[in-house]
Design a protein around this ligand. Structure first.
Ligand SMILES: Nc1nc2c(c(=O)[nH]1)N=C([C@H](O)[C@H](O)COP(=O)(O)OP(=O)(O)OP(=O)(O)O)CN2
Ligand SMILES: [Zn+2]
Length: 125
């Protein structure tokens, strides 16, 4: 098996509903996002997938979150913009564009600060 990982970033504002504490108030984070792709076959250039392709797709999806108020976005109208839900949202968008018969998005982690991170994956594959 092979694994490719890229790291990207975005900045946004949010508040957490149904949460007692400082995070129920409007505030912002500089999220760091890790995307892990796995697979068992390499292409003719010896790559599972070009880092640049994963970075570009990730940047395009993060463009929809960057410098936005996350609670206003359709993706977070019904579910809180927690790091868990952000990771799941990114996982779904990335999987649509990256997965094929030979490779798949294995997990996505959203680091809200240097010491707090949430990861989403599923075992459906
Ligand atoms: N499991 C999760 N817990 C929390 C989330 C989350 O997305 N998933 N989010 C928050 C808030 O967004 C909050 O802004 C960050 O909380 P926290 O790390 O506790 O606060 P600080 O960055 O100020 O860290 P300190 O260690 O307290 O200084 C909360 N929890
Ligand atoms: Zn927060």
């Amino acid at each position: 098996m092979y694994e490719v990982k890229i790291i990207s970033e975005f900045s946004a504002a949010h508040h957490l509903r149904h949460f007692r504490g400082k995070c129920e108030n409007l505030h912002g984070h500089n999220w760091k996002v890790e995307v892990v792709v796995r697979g068992s076959c390499l292409d003719e250039s010896g790559m599972l997938i070009d880092f640049g392709v994963v970075k570009q797709i990730t940047r395009e999806i993060l463009g929809g979150l960057d410098h936005r108020y996350l609670n206003d976005l359709p993706a977070f109208k019904e579910r809180n913009p927690s790091s868990e839900n952000i990771a799941e949202h990114l996982f779904e968008g990335l999987s649509e564009r990256i997965n094929n018969d030979h490779r798949w998005v294995y997990c996505v982690s959203a680091w809200e600060s240097k010491d707090a991170c949430a990861t989403y994956w599923n075992d459906r594959r």
